[in-house]
Design a protein around this ligand. Structure first.
Ligand code: ADP
Ligand code: MG
Length: 481
């Protein structure tokens, strides 16, 4: 019996909703409601999603659920195809999004065992993500996480000034003396969290303001794409329409990305002149960012530079308690204290230690006791003293195979280099927080689908091929050295 695509998708939605459960209604709303079914042909259901990012997210987080659901509806040969079409604005023009566009054709199919691929014919439907001639106000996704709020940002001596300045900026964006607001500290001390919280609070207090969070990497990538597509003016124009612009981790631009820095300088001046708020984070103090464009650096001094310090032990205890109470988990006070006293590097590691301990206890069905905490923390402290970057991963992999590091960036298809590149992508996905698009970009300007494919290939090979299994394990050890 021929089924029609709308009914099939409606049935799928029922199953998905049911599987996600009542607690995840928001997830359902965000990730499934915007999907539009477009066709059903030979057990292949095509669904339209609004962006590349959206597709990437679905594939990463919901692939199993989608696979099961489609097979339930269409039988064992059921397949899903994506058509990626950006939203339309009221004027009928493609709406602006700040998703880094790879701008490339996605001809790459996912591995065979996963019945999902991108509909390559639709590559031409990617609009330029920056153009919206004639539109003054933009509705964009601010790219903020709703988890990183002021409410759950624990205050202590270590962050009081930065927090208060951030709050003042959210109350009166663009009109305090704190413009730009530069938040700086070493890694894992809450810059991203606080910048995100400022963005959320601004939106709450000023719903008419356009707020955008962007990492400096994404910004540089978008700039590079715009250069390639000859749309730099559109790119700049897009950013000039933002009321509150948050750029995270600008130390990433040091020493390179001169064009990006110039473009940002231009945008910065425009926004500043128009009383729009700029919030910047960096893991260095302005005085240490010697390799940033001096014109840009001088602009940083116009506003306020506020630093975040390592929290003292009382604040560390409060942070742990807050995290536990958010997750509804109880833990003896002496264990909390033990963690707080022993992990004094940064908040990210503090949280990491807590999560590992909880995981250990539930996996091994052991009670969380001081002894268990002691065993685990000792191991933890040894293992996690370094922040791993994509560049570091490239270096370790290339050293391991005795290849020059530039080979990862090259276009060659030599087997050993392709393998090294794929391994780099696999570990970058596993060990950093970078998106697939960013990883691809840093590994020879590949697109996100290539990265996804690489990750799956390596995962498969390390299960089926002894040599690969050994390499993956051995490299994993190297990263921990
Ligand atoms: P950074 O950007 O400085 O590297 P993040 O903002 O990513 O650091 O913070 C690392 C982790 O620590 C995040 O999960 C963040 O939510 C948490 N964190 C940092 N500072 C605080 C704080 N004061 N209260 C609660 N959580 C915090
Ligand atoms: Mg950060």
């Amino acid at each position: 019996m021929a089924q029609d695509y709308k009914t099939v998708w409606a049935n799928c939605l029922e199953i998905i909703k049911d599987n996600l459960g009542k607690d995840n209604e928001k997830i359902f709303k965000i990730w499934f409601e915007p999907i539009v079914p477009v066709q059903l042909e030979d057990s292949v259901l095509t669904i339209q999603v609004p962006s590349l990012f959206f597709y990437e997210w679905l594939e990463e987080h919901f692939i199993d659920l989608l696979k099961r659901t489609i097979r339930l509806q269409l039988g064992p040969n059921g397949m899903l195809k994506y058509s990626i079409v950006m939203d339309q604005s009221i004027s009928g023009n493609p709406i602006v999004t700040n998703i880094p566009s790879t701008g490339k054709q996605h001809t790459q199919n996912s591995p065979k065992d996963i019945p999902i691929n991108i509909n390559s014919e639709n590559a031409s439907e990617y609009p330029n993500p920056f153009v919206i001639p004639g539109i003054k106000k933009v509705r964009i996704n601010s790219q903020l996480s709703d988890k990183k709020t002021f409410e759950n940002f624990v205050e202590g001596d270590c962050n009081r000034l930065a927090r208060a300045a951030g709050y003042a900026v959210a109350e009166n964006p663009g009109t305090t003396a704190f413009n730009p607001l530069l938040l700086h500290s070493s890694v894992g001390l809450g810059k991203t969290h606080l910048a995100n919280a400022i963005g959320l609070k601004t939106k709450e207090l000023h719903p008419d303001k356009t707020v955008l969070y962007v990492s400096s990497e994404q910004f540089a990538q978008q700039y590079a794409e715009a250069g390639k597509n000859k749309t730099i003016n559109d790119f700049i124009h897009f950013y000039e329409m933002i009321d509150v612009l948050i750029v995270d981790d600008i130390q990433f631009w040091e020493n390179k990305f001169t064009g990006t820095q110039d473009a940002f300088f231009h945008i910065f001046n425009y926004l500043h002149q128009h009383n729009c708020q700029i919030i910047i984070t960096s893991d260095k103090a302005p005085s240490e960012m010697r390799d940033l464009n001096p014109r840009l650096l001088s602009r940083m001094k116009w506003g306020l530079a506020a630093d975040l310090q390592i929290p003292d032990v009382e604040t560390r205890i409060k942070i742990l308690q807050q995290k536990l109470s958010n997750d509804g988990i109880e833990m003896p006070y002496d264990v909390i204290e033990y963690i707080a006293y022993n992990i004094n590097t940064n908040v990210r590691e503090l949280e990491g230690a807590l999560v590992s301990l909880i995981a250990q206890s539930s996996l091994n069905k052991k009670q969380i006791t001081l002894d268990l905490a002691k065993q685990m923390i000792d191991k933890f402290v040894k293992n996690t003293s370094r922040e791993i970057t994509i560049e570091y991963i490239q270096k370790v992999v290339c050293d391991y195979f005795n290849l020059p590091i530039e080979s990862i960036q090259s276009r060659t298809r030599k087997r050993e280099i392709v393998q090294a590149r794929q391994l780099t992508m696999y570990f970058a996905k596993k060990m950093t927080k970078s998106s697939l698009a960013i990883i691809g970009w840093q590994c020879g300007n590949k697109d996100h689908a290539t990265v996804l494919h690489a990750c799956k290939t390596i995962a498969n090979l390390s299960e089926t091929d002894k040599q690969f299994h050994y390499w993956v394990e051995d490299l994993e050890k190297k990263f921990k050295e």
